[in-house]
Design a protein around this ligand. Structure first.
Ligand code: SF4
Ligand code: ZN
Ligand code: ZN
Length: 321
């Protein structure tokens, strides 16, 4: 297989684009495409201050690398979840994120959940009803809260995440199967700030296949954490990704056309935004001030208050509920 641009040995063949490229031209192509998507979906201007949510994985580190190469002012945010288990997942991903930033002279803010709230994510999950099965719900709501807070406090214009096409297509499939029209209306390359206390979000990698972002990180020599979070095992999103991959193997380009057809339908007003549940009736949380649709406190403050009260009860000799 030969590079379409120079005729040299191809490093990647993208069947869905009918395009093969060598290492050098692939490392040019991906940032060029990223810039094209940033402009097409009006994600942010060249002057915008960006905060990139980095997990230590290929997508977020690859994205941070691309945005820096494109000349954007992009700082990083790493959230220490305290998920270690046998894999030392959090400590290893933090080490790689810090190493990446230090090697390129980039600014990385680290927010450690245990230092902030007094318990790691698995500890919080174990103490609350909500997270009894898996820590993902407390983890997801904590990450969303911390990212929004960090972006607002730091005066950033946009919070940028490394979601790729496989992530987006899996979410879209899930929302379509359950006919979650409100969530579908909110899905897209940009999530507008619907309230002054919410930061604008953008996903510049949303049209790249996972294998494309992985190839970029590998060819660029980025050291990233290969392992998924140990709690991701058995997640519905992983099942949807597998199903989509099976279909993609038979019909190259299916994943991309599924997502792009959705975006087109949205553009044409066929997916109504007025049913968006999250935008309705937002008001400031009585404790932290972040916008919430829940009466009084937001879900984050309520959850972490419960975590702390369970810790006190355990210290007093009571049994955690
Ligand atoms: S899979 Fe891991 S990182 Fe993802 S939400 Fe669940 S606990 Fe958090
Ligand atoms: Zn080439
Ligand atoms: Zn709150």
């Amino acid at each position: 297989m030969k590079c379409r641009k120079c005729g040299g040995k191809a490093a990647i063949n993208m069947r869905q684009h009918k395009l093969s490229l060598c290492r050098e031209h692939y490392l040019e192509w991906l940032p060029e495409q990223t810039q094209r998507f940033i402009e097409k979906y009006r994600m942010f201007s060249p002057q915008a201050r960006l905060l990139v949510a980095v997990s230590g994985g290929k997508d977020s580190l690859g994205l941070w690398d691309v945005l820096s190469r494109l000349g954007y002012q992009a700082d990083g945010l790493y959230i220490g979840l305290g998920i270690d288990g046998g894999l030392a997942y959090s400590s290893e991903s933090q080490r790689l994120a810090e190493r990446f930033a230090a090697g390129r002279g980039l600014r990385l803010t680290v927010v450690d959940v245990a230092a902030l709230e007094g318990a790691t994510i698995p500890e919080a999950a174990a103490r609350t009803q909500r997270g009894k099965d898996k820590p993902c719900s407390v983890c997801g709501l904590t990450k969303r809260h911390v990212m929004n807070r960090a972006a607002l406090d730091g005066g950033y214009d946009v919070l940028v995440t490394g979601h790729n096409l496989d992530d987006e297509a899996a979410v879209l499939l899930g929302n379509t199967l359950t006919w979650a029209t409100g969530y579908r209306a909110r899905q897209g390359p940009v999530l507008e700030a619907t309230h002054p206390g919410l930061v604008r979000k953008a996903k510049p990698f949303c049209r790249f296949y996972e294998r494309e972002t992985a190839a970029y990180a590998l060819l660029r020599g980025i050291e990233y954490i290969y392992d998924e979070c140990p709690h991701a095992v058995g997640a519905k999103s992983i099942y949807y990704k597998e199903v989509l991959n099976q279909m993609e193997a038979e019909r190259p380009g299916l994943k991309l056309s599924f997502y792009l057809s959705f975006l087109e339908a949205k553009e044409r007003g066929l997916i109504a935004a007025q049913s968006d549940p999250a935008a309705a009736g937002l008001h400031p949380c009585t404790t932290c001030g972040q916008p919430t649709s829940a009466p009084g406190q937001c879900a984050y403050c309520r959850t972490w208050e419960r975590v702390r009260s369970q810790a006190v009860r355990t210290l007093e000799g009571g049994q955690p509920v």
